[in-house]
Design a binder for this molecule. Structure first.
Ligand SMILES: [Mg+2]
Length: 293
């Protein structure tokens, strides 16, 4: 089964088993909610599959309602996480960096059609990245001109949220399929150190001409965000990590050894498949800030 795939479980007798426990086991709560089950939760449940029936399995069911009121477990994890990772495009910032840069270079439409293809999953991430960059081949001076004339467009509420998360002693990371050169100005505004950015890097030749992208960055490959988060977790020995984003690659980062919960931020882009697979779906950052109180 694919990562991020969902299952629905039901007790065979179609009723809740008796329990006298004050804190019912996770599977009871999930059944009561009739909600989707995350990969992590599924792993906790599947050992007892003799008692439970999988009603549907496979791709995320986008008709499922997103979880807008988090479970106690999810809220607890949000409050006690040692590290919070944010996607950048359409999450921390209201735009998609590569599309904006392409527009600036006069290749907006051509690149947008490739972006749509990449989102549809018909090409690998690295193929789409190489193809899109190949359409406008940005030089160092063009990137610098763009950055000077286009300061980061931060999503409302992100500054306050990051400040609050930082004030609790929690580390904040930016994990993006975009480019470091374009993410660093946003990180500066948010007080996030450079070493907490995991993203791609545009490469230039000695004359400042476009020379591709750094293929050693984990985020340059399909599944790259999951890899990056697993690396961060291992490096720092974090026990609890949260991923927040709007895309399928963000959802994918919730996996054993990676993010423990995934929060869908649908305040800029609403992607039903991603929202349906999330442990919690919000449309504004204030909801997350309040959740910390
Ligand atoms: Mg995004």
């Amino acid at each position: 089964m694919e990562l991020g795939a969902m299952v629905r479980l039901a007790h065979p007798a179609n009723r809740l088993p008796n329990t006298s426990s004050a804190q019912p086991p996770l599977r009871f709560k999930l059944f009561q909610a009739g909600s989707a089950v995350s990969l992590r939760q599924r792993q906790q449940i599947l050992p007892s599959k003799g008692r439970w029936t999988i009603l549907a399995a496979g791709a995320v069911d986008s008709t499922m309602q997103p979880i807008v009121a988090p479970s106690r477990d999810v809220l607890e994890l949000w409050r006690t996480a040692e590290a919070v990772c944010f996607d950048v495009d359409s999450t921390v910032c209201v735009d998609e960096g590569i599309d904006e840069l392409a527009s600036y270079c006069g290749a907006g439409e051509a690149v947008a059609s490739w972006t749509a293809k990449a989102m549809g999953g018909t090409v690998t991430f690295q193929q789409a990245l190489a193809a899109r960059l190949g359409l406008f081949r940005p030089s160092l001076s063009v990137v610098n001109q763009y950055l000077t004339s286009h300061p980061p467009k931060l999503t409302p509420g992100i500054r306050e949220l990051v400040e609050k998360v930082h004030s609790r002693g929690t580390q904040v990371y930016l994990v993006s399929g975009g480019f470091r050169q374009m993410i660093e100005p946003a990180a500066v505004l948010l007080g996030i150190p450079k070493e907490n950015i995991f993203a791609n890097r545009l490469v230039f030749d000695d004359a400042g001409g476009f020379d591709g992208f750094d293929e050693d960055e984990p985020t340059s490959r399909s599944g790259g965000k999951a890899t990056a988060i697993a690396l961060i977790k291992k490096q720092h020995g974090y026990k609890r990590m949260v991923m927040i984003g709007d895309g399928a690659t963000d959802l994918e980062a919730r996996m054993p050894g990676g993010a423990d919960i995934f929060i869908c931020f649908a305040g800029v882009q609403m992607r039903p498949n991603v929202a349906a697979g999330a442990d919690w779906c919000v449309t504004d950052f204030n909801t997350l800030a309040q959740g910390l109180d």
